[in-house]
Design a protein around this ligand. Structure first.
Ligand code: OOG
Ligand code: MG
Length: 259
């Protein structure tokens, strides 16, 4: 099957622009493959870059059991972080720019060196990383009811919408990321907690997986990029006034507020 890539890129970008959810692509065509979905994702990001945005990093999605159960998808995926979507720690999230956003806590890698697969290990990841810190990602699936298949969510750049990186950084290798604990609070009530081990056993394993997946498409993680390892816990809806705080051992606290 040949996929009309431009059609689906336009479909998803239009949903963002209109802040309106749309039917999943897989509900309209048969046999959307993971490979073809990454072709849509690449073309979507290229369209943003052609419009003046830039790639500042990459993200893993669905790397914890919590997220796999919440989304009904059991395989990790990746997407791209655009410069226009980064907000400073403590930022307010403007709900009128989004469809039905959710927030989730993330462990963040800031890369010192390029990292090219195949064969990248968690050790290689730590060696190529400058700093690690805590973060919060705002995801905003463009699909109705936040419901999709794995190829759908890949085409939609893994629901990426906004991200915030904490200001407390630690040198990679100085702490055991598997043991970092995150307590996630919404409006001062703890809603979830997890340790880094929730991310494929080790957050660095997630970044290794990304490098190895990218290699299959002839790409690599680049020095200077920010990489999100995937949410440690479920994602939670953001509504007007929501204050979300992710408290990390060793990595400080990251707060956002929705307005
Ligand atoms: C897909 C994006 C998942 C993560 O950290 O697991 C993701 C979604 O849940 O909409 O970013
Ligand atoms: Mg995420």
């Amino acid at each position: 099957m040949t996929l009309d890539i431009d059609r689906w890129v336009g479909y998803l970008l239009d949903a963002v622009d209109r802040r309106a959810e749309v039917a999943a692509i897989s509900s309209q065509i048969d046999g959307l493959s993971v490979e073809a979905a990454y072709d849509v994702q690449d073309a979507l990001v290229a369209a943003r870059v052609a419009d003046g945005d830039r790639v500042v990093g990459a993200k893993l999605g669905v790397t914890s059991k919590a997220k796999q159960l919440q989304m009904g998808i059991d395989e990790p995926a990746y997407g791209w972080l655009l410069g226009s979507t980064q907000l400073p720690a403590g930022a307010t999230i403007a709900l009128d720019e989004l469809i039905h956003p959710r927030c989730e806590p993330e462990i963040v890698f800031q890369m010192a060196n390029d990292l090219e697969g195949p064969g990248v290990t968690a050790r290689d990841v730590l060696d190529a990383t400058a700093n690690v810190c805590g973060g919060i990602e705002i995801i905003d699936s463009r699909y109705e009811r936040f419901t999709f298949t794995l190829p759908d969510v890949i085409a939609d750049n893994t629901s990426a919408a906004r991200f915030v990186v904490g200001s407390d950084t630690v040198r990679a290798g100085d702490i055991d990321l598997r043991l970092v604990e995150c307590v996630f609070e919404i409006d001062s009530a703890t809603v979830a907690s997890a340790t880094g081990e929730a991310l494929l056993g080790d957050p660095a394993e997630c970044v290794a997986l990304l490098a190895n997946h990218l290699a299959a498409r002839g790409r690599r993680i680049e020095a200077g990029w920010t990489v999100l390892a995937g949410a440690l816990t479920d994602a939670f809806p953001l509504v007007a006034g929501t204050r979300a705080a992710a408290h990390y051992t060793d990595l400080g606290t990251v707060v956002i507020r929705a307005v």
